[in-house]
Design a protein around this ligand. Sequence first.
Ligand code: F0G
Length: 359
Amino acid sequence: MANQWRGVIREYYDRLNWSDSDPVVTLGEGGTPLIDAPALATLLDVGEVYLKFEGMNPTGSFKDRGMTTAVSRALGRGAKAVVAASTGNTSAAAAAYATKAGMQSVVLVPSGKIAYGKLSQAIAHKAQILQVKGNFDDCLRIARELDEKYPVFLVNSVNPDRLQGQKTASFEIVDVLGKQPDLHAMPLGNAGNISAYHLGYTEEIKEGRISKFPKLWGVQAEGAAPFIKGAPVQKPETIATAIRIGNPASWDLAQQAKKETEGNFAFASDKELLWMHRFLSQECGVFVEPSSAAGAAGLLKHKKLGDLPKVDTVVITVTGHGLKDPDWALKDEKGRKIRPKRVNANAASVASSLGLEKS
Ligand code: F0G
C-alpha cells in the first residue's frame, strides 16, 4: 500500500493535529484532480482555469474530506451514532463513514427534495434515513436539537472537525499549482466549504507557503441566495437541490472569507446553472451535478456584466459528481427528454443512422 494516497488525515497528519492514538476512519478521500479547462478559460477570458473535481471523492462529493475527520473524532470520543441534516451529499458521506467506523448513522433530509443517487447511497450504507416535511434548514435545526438532548453526535459542518478536514482541499491546490490561484470560485449553500477553504488558505499563508489569498467567490442559486439578499430566505427554491438552503449556518465565517480575501458573493439562475452544467460536460469532459456548476456559472454571469476582476489563474471547485443527479443530463436545453435512437442490429442500419457513407 506504500504508493497509495492515504486519505486526508494521514496525508496531512501534522496539519490536522492528529496523534498516533487518535482513530482514523478513512475511505481514501482527497487527492482529487485539478483539471485544466481551456474551453472555460476562453469563455471567461482569463489566463487559465482549473477545475478541482471533488466528485472524485469516494462517495462522489467534497463532503468526504470533512467526514473522515468528523467521524474519526466522534469515534475517538466514544460515539455510537452520528446524525446529519442534509440536502443529500452529507447524508451519503455520513452513512459511508459511519459504516466504516462500525457506527449507526441517522440522516434527516428534506422530503422529496434530494437527488436519487444520493438517497440510494444513504440507503445502501444502511443509514436510518428520515424524510422531514420541511426544508434543509428545518432538518438542521432538528439535528442540532438531537445532538444536544440525545446520545447522537452531530456531523454537519457546524461541527468544527468537519472544516478541519475540508480545509485540506486548499492545501492540495497549493501543492499542485505551487502558488495560490488569483481567484477561486465555488457553490455556496450552508457555507461550510467556503469557510473551510478560507481556513486552509489562512494556514498556508501562516506557513509561508503562499503570500496572499485568492479572491474567494461563493455562488448561490438565485432562488436560494440569502448572501445576496443579506438575510435568510424563508422558502428557498432551486433545481440545484444540494444548495437549496435559506439560512446558512456558517454565515459569519463566509462573510469573513469574502472580506479578508476581497472576494465576492454571486448568484446564478437555474437556467444559467443548467447551461453551465451542460458546458462542463460537453466542452470540458467533467460531469458534475447541477449545483456544482454554480461557481463557473457565477463567474460567467459577471464576465457578461463586465465586472469580473482581471485575473490570470482561476480555480473552480466542482463539488459533486454528475452521477449523483443524472436526470439533468437526459434533458435538452428545452427540457425535453433525450432518448438515444433505436436501430436494427446490423452495421448498415447503424451506419445509415449515423449518416455514414461507405469508404
Ligand atoms: N455543492 C454540493 C454538491 C453540495 O452538496 C453542497 C452542500 C454545496 C455545494 C454547498 O456547500 O453547504 O458547504 O456551502 N451540501 C450539503 C449537504 C448542505 O447536505 O449535502 P456548503
